[in-house]
Design a protein around this ligand. Structure first.
Ligand SMILES: [Fe+2]
Length: 416
């Protein structure tokens, strides 16, 4: 790399880090955390804590038909809590769907929101309750720091362990017109209460369990390898990695393993909190494009992209990967300098986990013609969202990584 290019990269890195730090210096809402099998029964008492009389349940058509939803309705009815249901949130939720939920919330006179579902449901619920107290279109929240008040009370009940959306300062919404993902980032966005009830996740298939967990795993890796190092988010990210290594196989082998399910929900939540301080990076920026261009599920897209960037990070931040290896019990001899051996052992362990979860090694759906546009858009996301990435990649470098994904180049296991 030429000296001029090196200098430009250093300036970019400093700028992204400074912007990210300024944006995240504000106090972030931290949800009250209730956990354990059967903890869903605590919803009525939490509504009382928040002085809410009539909640709107926000969910997807699929969850709406489940036994879990029947249980939630029964819990509310037994406690004499009136409620309304909005069950038209679909994967890759749009602003329009959020607006429809907000309209029902207003018409039904609801004063709180209960989100029961995955990332799209919780992302939507976070904005519906903001729309209720702001009196302006939900699309106007797009960008950073647009919330002026706390919104209506929100209780989140995640039904998979992946996005950790109940804890994050981010909602990802698809713009119907452009079909692109839009970010809403605000420290007031996290739920007021997060209820992590593992019985809500015991019926997930091994495939869904794996790809949702890999989303949380990627949140933690990106937050940890980024250049903003907060002691709290470091601990949260490292604990996420440890919990997933220790429990994902168990939860996939036996879906009814409540202890493993609870550990994964905790991992997802911790990763959500870690990324709210430490951000995500290139892996998510590329995964978002795979979702936009080819409708690849978010967790799966992250899982496919992950090893390609980890391979680069072995040279960029070996110490950080070695620390993750140590906290996960994979490599106990932490190197004193930037010796990459321990980092490589960690990356090989991640590859082995991905293989066990049957994650494809190549991005076979990726079309060569799309590579320049995907590279450009991924780099633009990193810059616009100020992800404090550990290395600045040029468009050409990003294109080379993407082309490697088609053939599986750049994802080869090497001995430590
Ligand atoms: Fe994610």
């Amino acid at each position: 790399m030429s000296n001029a290019k090196k200098k430009k990269h250093v300036i970019w890195k400093l700028w992204l880090k400074t912007r990210a730090r300024v944006m995240m210096m504000t106090v972030q809402k931290t949800p009250t955390l209730l956990t354990g099998a059967g903890s869903m029964k605590l919803v009525p008492s939490e509504l009382k804590v928040h002085k809410a009389r009539k909640p709107l349940i926000v969910t997807s058509p699929m969850i709406s038909r489940t036994e879990t939803m029947s249980r939630l309705k029964a819990i509310l009815s037994d406690a004499n809590v009136p409620f309304e249901v909005f069950d038209r949130i679909y994967p890759d939720v749009s602003f329009e769907q959020c607006e429809n939920g907000l309209t029902l919330m207003r018409e039904a006179g609801c004063d709180a929101v209960i989100a029961i579902g995955g990332g799209s449901v919780m992302d939507a619920a976070k904005l519906i309750r903001m729309g209720r107290t702001h009196g302006r279109p939900i699309s106007s929240f797009a960008g950073v720091g647009k919330c002026r008040n706390e919104g209506s009370p929100l209780i989140c009940l995640p039904t998979n362990a992946g996005t950790g959306s109940e804890a994050t300062v981010i909602s990802v919404i698809r713009d119907e017109k452009t079909r692109k993902f839009t970010m809403v980032i605000d420290p007031k966005l996290p739920a007021d209460t997060a209820i992590l009830d593992p019985t809500l996740t015991v019926n997930l298939s091994p495939g869904v369990t794996a790809i949702t967990a890999m989303d949380a795993f990627t949140h933690a890796i990106e937050a940890y390898t980024n250049t903003l190092h907060y002691s709290e988010s470091d601990v949260q990210a490292a604990e996420t990695i440890r919990l997933i290594f220790a429990n994902l196989g168990k939860a996939c082998a036996n879906g009814q393993d409540v202890a493993a399910r609870e550990a994964l929900l905790r991992a997802s939540h911790l990763a959500g909190r870690a990324l709210s301080r430490g951000y995500v990076g290139y892996i998510h920026a590329v995964a978002h494009r795979f979702g936009e261009f080819y409708r690849v599920p978010h967790g799966l897209a992250n899982a496919i992209v992950l090893p390609y960037f980890l391979e680069i990070y072995i040279d960029v931040c070996p110490q950080r990967l070695a620390e993750l290896a140590a906290t996960s019990g994979i490599c106990n001899d932490l190197p004193e300098d930037d010796d990459p051996a321990c980092a490589r052992i960690f990356v090989n362990a991640v590859r082995s986990l991905l293989r066990d979860m049957a994650i494809p090694e190549k991005a076979k759906f990726l079309r060569k013609d799309d590579v320049p546009r995907i590279a450009q858009a991924a780099i633009a996301e990193v810059r616009q969202m100020s992800y404090p990435v550990p290395v600045i990649l040029s468009k050409e470098e990003m294109e080379a990584i993407l082309l490697g994904m088609i053939a599986g180049e750049g994802n080869k296991e090497r001995p430590a």
